[in-house]
Structures are given as structure tokens and as C-alpha cells.
Design a protein around this ligand. Structure first.
Ligand SMILES: Cc1ncc(COP(=O)(O)O)c(C=O)c1O
Length: 282
């Protein structure tokens, strides 16, 4: 049957880490080290708010960009933490986790054959998402001797006329590395000099110790040429709620929204019908 499959999907291997996760989930007394799951549950006020929202019957479709109240809250949160202002109407998109946001940004900007520079070791989905959009991931090795920080000189050496974007994932999964401010500035200068987009997955922004997290779009001249992805899975222990966001320019967020509009409608009501036996009964 593989003759029906696209070459694109055949180029992407299945995720090994998710396989481990599924196996571990079937075993008792096994601690899964395979996936970024916080060691606390969603804080009680959030759980209570979810329950009362469902009890109040708020189970319909919401704005496809995400509830305006949530987009306003995200914009206020980022402004308070990082001093960067985003317009909730046009520069913020609520997504089904950073996972969906990553797919959207790749689909929105990568043309066939475009190269995307990715520091390695990397989060399992980055290279797959580039390949799924017919791009070419260009991996730059990082090493423990350098605290797994990407070297701006190595980034510059990897740039070709086909380079479209640099994909940063700091604080990093799986290494825990954080990119120091000076290096971020140097990457930002490269992005300007070579006219590149920077995609910054900052899902671990609240899990840094001893240093202040730097929001990439807050660096000089970077708001126009970067898209920052974030979410609540790690900081608020909300992995199962599937809530993330993308912030960036009106054009890029608008393009991401267009793809989102034609692919996704998911809401909290999923949880109301997934108890054992319920679906069978209906
Ligand atoms: C670096 C990184 N990005 C994105 C994700 C996916 O996050 P979300 O739950 O928001 O889809 C993860 C999850 O482990 C991650 O480690």
C-alpha cells in the first residue's frame, strides 16, 4: 500500500520517543523519562476554571484565532515578562500547542528546497516539520563543551542562497542548554545581514535557572523578522490541554491563521466525551 503514500511522508521517520511514551503508558510503576512532562499537575485554579467553563456550557467553537480574551492575556503576559508589545487582534494566534504552531510556521514560510538551519541535538519534531513542508533541515552540531549553545560562526558558515530561516529551540530540549545573550545578538545580526527569518521555540522560557530568559523578538530589530512560539504545557503543567501560541508580524501570523483555519478546530469539550464507554453509548 505504500505506493499511495507521498514521498514527503516516507522521508520522515516515526517518532521513537512517542513509541517509548506509549509503551511506558501501558506499564505500572514506570517513570517515563521520554517526554517533557512537568512533575506537578495543572494548578487547581486552572482546573477549576476549566470545569466551571464546561459546566456553564461553553463548549462551542471559539474564534478560530483563539478567544480574544486569551489573546489579550497572552499579549499582556509577554509585555509584562519581556516588554514586547503584540497586537492581540493581528499578531497573536492561539494554537493546539507549540506542536501545531511549528507545523503552521513551517507551512507558512517554507518553499520546496528552502533550507532551515537547526542546532543539533534538537527537539524530535523540528527536522520532521521541515521535511514535511518539503524544506531541507541543515543541522549544526552543538557540544557539551560549549553548553550546547549554537555557534554564530557555524550558523554563518551554513547559510546559503537557499536559507530561509534559523530555527532556535532555547532553552533546549533535549540538552537543557540556554543561549547566552551575546550569541543571540550575533544570530540576530546574521538574520538581518542575510535577510532570514528566526523561528524561536520558547516553550521552556519559564524553566531557566540563574539567568533571565530573553524573548528573541525583543532583541533590536527582531520583532519584524522573528516568530516566537510558546505555550502553557510546561510552565503551567498543561500538556494535555493542548494550548500554545505564536506571536509575530501581521503577515506571518495571518498566513499561519489561514492554514490553521483550514485544518483545526479543537476545544475543551474533547474531555467531556472521552470517558470510558461514552462514545460507544452515543
Ligand atoms: C522543545 C519543545 N517544543 C515543543 C513541544 C511541544 O509542546 P506542546 O505541548 O505545546 O505542543 C515540546 C514538548 O515536549 C518541546 O519539548
Amino acid at each position: 500500500m505504500s505506493r499511495f503514500l507521498s514521498q514527503r511522508v516516507q522521508r520522515v521517520p516515526h517518532s521513537g520517543i512517542r513509541k517509548f511514551f506509549d509503551i511506558a503508558a501501558t506499564m505500572q510503576d514506570v517513570i517515563s523519562l521520554g517526554i517533557g512532562e512537568p512533575d506537578f499537575v495543572t494548578p487547581n485554579p486552572i482546573r477549576r476554571a476549566g470545569i466551571s467553563s464546561i459546566e456553564a456550557g461553553r463548549t462551542q467553537y471559539t474564534s478560530n484565532s483563539g478567544l480574544l480574551e486569551l489573546r489579550e492575556a497572552i499579549a499582556a503576559y509577554l509585555e509584562r515578562l519581556y516588554g514586547v508589545h503584540y497586537d492581540p487582534e493581528t499578531e497573536v494566534l492561539v494554537t493546539v500547542g507549540v506542536s501545531e504552531a511549528m507545523y503552521l510556521i513551517m507551512s507558512a514560510v517554507v518553499n520546496p528546497g528552502d533550507e532551515v538551519i537547526v542546532p543539533d541535538p534538537t527537539y524530535v519534531s523540528y527536522t520532521a516539520e521541515v521535511i514535511l513542508t518539503d524544506g531541507i533541515p541543515v543541522l549544526i552540531p552543538t557540544s557539551i563543551d560549549d553548553d550546547f549553545q549554537v555557534s554564530p560562526a557555524a550558523v554563518e558558515r551554513a547559510i546559503t542562497p537557499k536559507t530561509k530561516a534559523i530555527l532556535l529551540g532555547y532553552p533546549n530540549n533535549p540538552t537543557g542548554g540556554v543561549l547566552e545573550h551575546q550569541r543571540m545578538l550575533e544570530v540576530a545580526r546574521l538574520a538581518e545581514r542575510y535577510d532570514l527569518l528566526v523561528i524561536s521555540d520558547e516553550i521552556y522560557d519559564r524553566l531557566v535557572y540563574g539567568v533571565e530568559h530573553v524573548h528573541f523578538a525583543g532583541l533590536p530589530a527582531m520583532k519584524e523578522r522573528s516568530v516566537v512560539l510558546g505555550g502553557f504545557s510546561k510552565s503551567h503543567a498543561m500538556t494535555g490541554w493542548r494550548l500554545g501560541f505564536a506571536v509575530g508580524s501581521v503577515e506571518i501570523i495571518g498566513a499561519m491563521r489561514k492554514i490553521h483555519q483550514h485544518t483545526i478546530y479543537v476545544g475543551p469539550y474533547q474531555r467531556t466525551i472521552c470517558r470510558p464507554g461514552w462514545l460507544a453509548r452515543w
